[in-house]
Unconditional design. Structure first.
Length: 284
């Protein structure tokens, strides 16, 4: 009798362990990666949040992404420094799924035409990071893949302004330089279903305060758009004097546009000479 009880208890323990193991393997785990080179940091940081959606396949084709009634809707994933988790346990479907993600987390109201506005004051870490919109999609993911791997890409452009000394410049680069980007539309329309972004045609042109990285380097995230030369693009303030620079640029998504300002005379002169050169690099 004791032997039977022991065997039954052992069998129950084994079944319980298998059930717990099956439950654990049925939970979705995530591996999220930023581009190798970004507008902000080199990796995700503790407290970062990402928007997640998922749609199931119907036969060989994924169902259409909707604002609601998907397999996973408007889920917020939070990074704790080592792994990503949602506010509830997410389980694998028995069907393949397409996963969509957006960083930073946004409570979108449309998957086709959602308007996003970047921060005008980017001379803060919060404003700068909140403007760096990125998108990721993983297709036909199944439980056998063990995890959902999401590789993000940039939807925005990045503008860098450097202030350098020319051959005839005497002294040091002023430490009180403030730089602004003028006449750029700061809102964009996102199609979350395909990860495309375009300038809001009805968006107002506004001024962006650039992030001061050092005394001679400034950075900002910009909505992709074309800027015509007839309007001022960059304002550089030194020693209480503002210098407006006209320049034409085509800000492309996922690219860094660098504007190099070469000071050929000291800012303490009545008039300074500035020469301009530009560079274009891939943000990824």
């Amino acid at each position: 009798m004791k032997r039977i009880i022991i065997l039954v208890s052992l069998l129950a323990a084994i079944l319980g362990c298998q059930k717990e193991q099956n439950r654990m393997t049925n939970e979705i785990s995530f591996e999220l990666s930023k581009p190798a080179s970004k507008a902000t940091s080199t990796s995700f940081e503790t407290g970062d949040e990402v928007l997640l959606y998922a749609v199931e396949y119907l036969g060989e084709e994924a169902q259409e992404l909707q604002i609601a009634d998907n397999y996973i809707n408007n889920e917020k994933l939070t990074f704790d420094g080592g792994s990503w988790s949602a506010g509830r346990t997410l389980y694998w479907s028995d069907k393949p799924c397409d996963f969509y993600a957006l960083y930073p987390y946004q409570n979108i109201s449309s998957v086709d035409e959602w308007i996003f506005s970047l921060q005008q004051d980017q001379n803060t870490d919060e404003g700068y990071r909140a403007s760096d919109l990125m998108f990721a999609k993983a297709s036909a993911v199944v439980r056998a893949d063990e995890k959902v791997a999401l590789q993000f890409r940039h939807l925005m452009s990045k503008c860098v302004v450097t202030v350098e000394k020319g051959e005839n410049f005497e002294g040091e680069i002023p430490d009180d330089i403030v730089t602004h980007i003028y006449n750029t539309t700061t809102s964009a329309i996102l199609n979350f279903a395909n990860g495309s972004l375009q300038k809001d045609p009805y968006g107002a042109r506004k001024t962006i305060t650039m992030k001061k990285v050092s005394s001679g380097r400034f950075e900002a995230v910009v909505v992709p758009q074309n800027i015509e030369r007839r309007t001022p693009l960059i304002e550089v303030t030194m020693g209480g004097i503002a210098y407006l620079l006209e320049y034409s640029l085509s800000f492309k998504p996922g690219y860094v546009h660098t504007i190099n300002l070469i000071l050929n005379t000291s800012p303490d002169q009545e008039k300074i000479e500035i020469s301009i050169s530009t560079e274009l690099d891939d943000m990824d």
